[in-house]
Structure formats: C-alpha cells, structure tokens
Ligand binder design. Sequence first.
Ligand code: ADP
Ligand code: MG
Length: 368
Amino acid sequence: MSVRVIARIRPLLKHELDKDSIVTAESSTDGDCKGRPTIVRLPNPKNPAESFSFQFNSVFEQDATQQEIFDAEISPTVKHLFNGFDLSIFAHGCTGTGKTHTMRGGKALADRGVIPRLLSAIFRRCKKIEKDSSGATQVTVRLEYFEIYCERVYDLFEPPEKRTPSGLPIRDNNRKTVVVGLTEKPCATLKDFEQLYDQANINRSTSATKLNAHSSRSHAVLGVKVTQTTETTIRVSRASCIDLAGSEDNRRTDNSTERLKESNAINSSLFTLANCVDAINSKAPRIPYRESKLTRILSLGQNGGRTIMILNLAPTRAYHLDTVSSLSFASRTKKIEVSEIENDPIYRTMAKPLAATSSIGGTTINRQ
Ligand code: ADP
Ligand code: MG
C-alpha cells in the first residue's frame, strides 16, 4: 500500500489579504476522483504563461476545516490502529505553511488539530472496547514525545535544563528503531493528554527567523502507544505524529551562523528523506535510511502500517519556489509502497510484565 499524500492549502493570513492566491486546487477530469479535488495547480516560476500541476490522493482548499480533514483522512485509520497496525502521520512543508496548525491546532474546540482529535478518538474507542468486552479487554495509552534538533534526539517530556547536550542514542532492535532512555507517560484521559502535551510543547526548540517569528526548527515526533490486554493476549500498536521542521530554502531566511547550522541539519535530513523516497520508488538495492536520524526513525516503506503525509502549502507568491520544491518532493513520496505488517498479539503465557519501551514505528515489548 502506498503512502497517502494529501495537500492542504492554507488561507491567506491577515497580512496577506491583498495578495493573490497562486496555488489552487482542481478536481481531476478522469472521472475516477469525483468529489474532492486531487490536483494542485500553480504557475511555473520561470514561465508564468505555463502552469505546473501535481496530483495527490486528496487536496484540501483554503476553507477546509480541521474537522473536515480529520474526518476524511485520519478518523478512518483509527480502527486499523486497534486492529494492530501502526500509523504514521506527518506534516511537511516550509515554515509558515500551517504544519503546526494542522497537527496541533489552536485551543478552541473547532481549531484543534489532528493530534488532539486523534487522541480523543483513541480514548473514545478504548472506552467502547472495554465496555463491549465487559472489561475483559483493557486498553492503556502511553505517550512519548521527542524532537530531533540538529541531528540530536531530545526528550520533550524532560525540561530543557535536564537535557544531555549530546541527546539520546538511537538503536536498532530487530526491525524497530529505538530511542534509548525516552520517558514514557501513561495517559488515561484527554485532559491528561492536554496537560502533558502543552507542557512538552513549551520545551520544544523554537527561534525567530525572517520567515516566521515562531518557526519550529526541529522535527517533533509524538508517539502514542496503545496496548490492548486480554486474559490471553497483549497487542501493542503505535501512532506516530510528526511535525517536521520547515523545509524552506536557506537563501531566503537571512540566517546567522547558529540558524544556518539548524537549517543545514533540517535541510540535510529532509534531503535524505527525499533520497530515501527516490531510492524506494526506483527499487534501488540500498535505501539511505541511516544517513539521518529522521529517516531512521520514520523508516518509510519498511515500518508497515499506514502512512499519511500532509503537505502544507501557502497560497502566495512569496513561497513560490519553496512550494514547487515541496510539491515535487511530495509527489515522489506518494509512490512509496508501504507493506502492511500487523503487530501480532503476544500470548501472555510467554510474556512477563510490561516494561517501558521506546520503539518507533512498531511494537516492542521489553521483557524484564
Ligand atoms: P508552520 O508550523 O508550518 O510553520 P503554522 O502552523 O505556525 O506554520 O502556521 C503559520 C500561521 O498560519 C499561523 O499563524 C497559523 O495560525 C496560520 N494558519 C495556518 N494554517 C491555517 C489555517 N488552515 N487556517 C487559519 N490559519 C492558519
Ligand atoms: Mg510549526
């Protein structure tokens, strides 16, 4: 199954209201894709008489609401998570295009992004499963949250002053990538989640750039581990939600040395991501996953389960070149084949008590 790639064009912001929207959505004419648009069209930056078009699984226009996106794209995947498949959702695009808005969103109920809505749907299903089984199946949710900043992994549940400057190590453990020493927080309600998530987001590295006063310069990965326990089995699956750092071109950001170091790390991990995508698409014998922490962790095309990429786009000319490069990156990503690997239940007669795990993109049960 290929990676599902959807594009979301954000509306004009207050200071852009006098600008033209040069990025538009269109419905396909081939008759297969009635309903939602699937094509993004924009002018060729080198020849305005020409336009480029890119086809995706789905395109959300400027007026699309948070709820619409969640209902159409994310909600249908929740049942797969409970059937034992992993889920990866990531937001890609340059700074200021709406990645954090899409993933995290605002405080008002209608503004909530994919992540709080996903958690809410997970908790609802947990309750239903426990109720339908009259308590015979118990479901627990645990969270981990880390950022990759300048190729170092930092636990976002730890305050910045407690960070080891060199970051946490990553290890391969069978077919899983594991961050060693990551905090895992039990989380029983949406309220618990909001508290943990808000505090952790304060820890996230942000710094000002010319493009966006609060631009995020790190990749943030939230892992939601769902464990279903019956008398005889334990089944663990995981949802990974990734808010990628901005993919903009350094030349436009007027960077200082420190900023340039950040930008280089961001660009090189996104570049490796693009190279992995190309290698997978062309069925190359070697996929350069190991060349960045991000690609080791995402393990695109090899981690099983479902992958959804949300490509965030700004509609104005100020983003034109970056928009073209994001679009061509995303249309390559669409071709990745992801094999679905079910996380088999573990039979309890074999399993000892659960210990904290930090596996990414799959299930690991540590035995003590
Ligand atoms: P990124 O994380 O990609 O840098 P943000 O999510 O911070 O971008 O979005 C940049 C600005 O645009 C923010 O002020 C955000 O509130 C606003 N924004 C983004 N997407 C939307 C949207 N769909 N509707 C309304 N405002 C949006
Ligand atoms: Mg952001």
